[in-house]
Write a protein of this length. Structure first.
Length: 689
């Protein structure tokens, strides 16, 4: 009896085992982390690809969209470098040190490369065992030359392998500066095309991964340079579009609008802003032919990128990993209206040309939205976002649109969400800025994404989005207010009607700008050297409250400057004298009781400050800028600070000179007008050659 029971138990156990539904497979599937591929296009308009209404053939992206999701309100930062910084780190770009491009402007938010207060997606994912690969354009370091420091290059920021370009745009046929990992490659010979090389190397990375590391998940960041200028494409691809743009930008924009309505990307009730491009029928035959060719080349560039994406998808399919891979396709900024003509001649589209497609076509690329790359109106910051992930997106939802607002900062949060990684508080001994983004995963199931606001700032252009209300300004213009639910293309400004709302949102934007290293604003990447008329005098006597503009300001360009002031007995912080602003300027001021002198040249700030606070009482203070670049501060003729700047002022600052305050943009890193709180009795300025 006992024996029978034992046998029965053994039998039952065996049966259970036998009939267990292949446990290893199900469990493995449950714990298998998804691979993640982020594909970034460069200077691609909101509606360029087929599944957003474009006439450009993008069957591979369209298929991903059909089996995945498309977001209609997804945003970037309006420009290459800040978008890449934001995407990589989950922070607003200024917080990562890249508020502008890759120049160090000696300001925390504008250091020109990723700082150490942020982590990249690769750095986070590798902590839980992901292998991380990068293809394409990095554009996140000021050290672009292979002989310089590589501490902000992909391999120093979490990637195991890299093939691509450290700086921005390049010749597609003969790119200079190609790298494999940290090693420079020779300029390619005939038959090379950058977009294809990126696609092929991405496929290679995937193949190698499944050969050598198939137990581990991977993260692949593929940053194409397409369709950023120069207009360079393969002849066969161009031929398929040549002549298709002869209808012109007015008609084609209308056609895109119709398709966008059909696709549900835009609401039929929305108005569309008029384009300010020259009417197509006012152009000459020669102009039209040239413009048709330009847009055909641009379309060919997008088409070729799509063909490459097809190859990447095929590589995943081959290994059976497509369903377990989250693919995100997006763009770093909207279509670009910059006019570039600097080739050595040669056939347009070929290796010796170096041109762009211009503003008229940028209106088409960004249809139905306003403005372009650089600006934070819809045309500048709206990106397609195609999400493909069969194992993560419910079957019933596939092919749908998502209207939840999202931003590049959300990509890090999404990667963390789907992988189970943790965003670190500290990394390699550095304190890390808290994550700004929100996971997009709730939106995959059509749930809302809870957030307070989305913010933008680039080159002084600024915006904030709270629910459907967008407050936006085009530098140096006033705030405009739009209800994006009723008016996605920003045609009807509600600012005058809703001053209270403007005030609220502006205050919110200001609070963000103050906490996110945005201020002081840096409106231009490379300031224009404007010639300002100025006084011919070499000696000036001022008193508190003076405000000189136009031809009355001292002609400081190329000269040594000396400023002397009698101050006290009452002393306090503030500006004694300031001339200029964000591009060029100089200012003598007191901060935290210490005497300070700052010079700004072509946006770059040099400042010196006394080590000890001023003692109470009357004092004579002097600031000197020698045209050899030496800065000096003297207190009662005694040297209290010294430093070395670039040299004399290169130009007369465009903004005026004030005594006792700094009107307009701040010369140095204080909050203008920073009015002087002490006694200011007499100020003298002298110029010497
Ligand atoms: Ca770009």
């Amino acid at each position: 009896m006992k024996r029978n029971r034992a046998l029965a138990l053994v039998f039952a156990f065996a049966v259970c085992f036998w009939f267990l539904p292949t446990p290893t497979l199900a469990q493995e599937k449950a714990k298998r982390k998804p691979n993640i591929i982020v594909i970034l296009a460069d200077d691609l308009g909101y509606s360029d690809i087929g599944c957003y209404g474009g006439e450009i053939k993008t069957p591979n992206l369209d298929k991903l969209a059909k089996n995945g999701l498309r977001f209609t309100n997804f945003y970037n930062t309006a420009r290459c470098c800040p978008s890449r910084a934001s995407l990589m780190t989950g922070l607003y770009s200024h917080q990562a040190g890249v508020g502008l491009m890759v120049e160090n402007l000696n300001q925390p938010g504008y250091q020109g490369q990723l700082n150490r207060k942020c982590v990249t997606i690769a750095e986070v994912l590798r902590l839980i065992g992901y292998r991380c690969y990068m293809i394409g354009k990095w554009h996140l370091t000021r050290n672009n030359n292979f002989t310089t420091a590589k501490d902000a290059w992909p391999l120093a920021r979490g990637f195991d392998r890299f093939y691509g370009l450290i700086p921005g745009s390049a010749n597609y046929f003969r790119p200079v500066g190609l790298m494999r990992d940290n090693t420079p490659l020779e300029v390619p010979k005939d038959g090379y095309y950058l977009t294809d090389a990126f696609s092929e190397n991405a496929v290679q990375f995937i193949d190698d991964h499944f050969k050598d590391h198939k137990e581990e998940p991977f993260f692949l960041y593929t940053a194409y340079t397409a369709p950023h200028w120069p207009l360079h494409a393969l002849k066969d691809d161009i031929a398929r579009y040549r002549g298709k743009y002869r209808e012109g930008w007015d008609v084609l924009r209308q056609k895109r609008h119709e398709r966008m309505k059909e696709l549900g990307i835009v609401d039929p009730k929305w108005k569309i802003p008029p384009s300010d491009a020259k009417p197509w029928d006012k152009l000459t035959e020669k102009e039209r032919d040239d413009l048709d060719l330009r847009m055909a080349i641009y379309a060919a560039q997008v088409d070729r990128m799509d063909q490459g994406i097809g190859k990447i998808v095929a590589a995943l399919k081959k290994t059976g990993q497509l369903d377990n891979t989250l693919i995100l396709f997006l763009a770093d900024n909207g279509g670009c209206a910059e006019v570039i003509e600097r080739g050595k001649g040669g056939e347009l589209g070929g290796p010796d040309s170096y041109s762009s497609y211009g503003q008229g076509w940028a209106w088409l690329s960004n249809a139905i939205l306003r403005l372009f790359k650089h600006w934070v109106h819809g045309g500048g910051v709206s990106s397609p976002l195609v999400v493909h992930w069969p194992e993560g997106i419910p079957e019933r939802s596939r092919g749908e649109l998502r209207r939840q607002s999202g931003h590049l900062i959300d990509i890090m949060a999404t990667c963390i969400d789907v992988s189970g990684a943790a965003y670190p508080k500290e990394y390699q001994g550095n304190k890390i800025t808290p994550l700004e983004g929100k996971s997009l995963v709730p939106a995959f199931n059509n749930q809302p994404i809870e957030r307070e606001a989305i913010y933008w700032e680039h080159e002084g252009n600024k915006a904030i989005l709270v629910k459907n209300s967008k407050l936006v300004s085009r530098f140096p213009g006033p705030w405009e207010l739009y209800d994006l639910n009723a008016d996605r293309a920003e045609t009807t400004d509600l600012a005058a009607r809703e001053p209270q709302r403007v005030k609220e949102l502006a205050a919110k934007w200001q609070a963000w700008a103050e906490r996110a290293d945005v201020l002081p604003l840096r409106p231009y990447g490379k300031p224009k050297q404007t010639k300002t008329k100025a006084s011919t005098k070499t000696e000036f006597q001022f008193q508190a409250g003076d405000n000189l503009t136009g031809e009355n300001v001292p002609d400081v360009a190329g000269k040594s400057i000396s400023i002397n002031a009698d101050i006290g007995p009452k002393l306090g912080d503030g500006v004694i004298l300031a001339h200029g602003g964000r591009n060029h300027g100089y200012a003598l001021f007191i901060r935290d009781g210490r005497l300070a002198f700052a010079v700004r040249q072509s946006g770059v700030l040099t400042s010196i400050e006394a080590k000890t606070p001023l003692a109470a009482g009357k004092a004579s203070v002097t600031a000197l800028l020698n045209k050899n670049g030496t800065l000096r501060l003297l207190l009662d003729d005694k040297l209290v600070a010294e430093g070395k700047g670039k040299g004399a002022m290169p130009a007369v600052p465009g903004e005026g000179l004030q005594v006792g305050q700094d009107l307009g943009a701040a010369v140095a890193d204080y909050q203008a007008p920073f009015a002087f709180k002490g006694d200011l009795r007499r100020v003298t300025l002298k110029l010497t050659d």
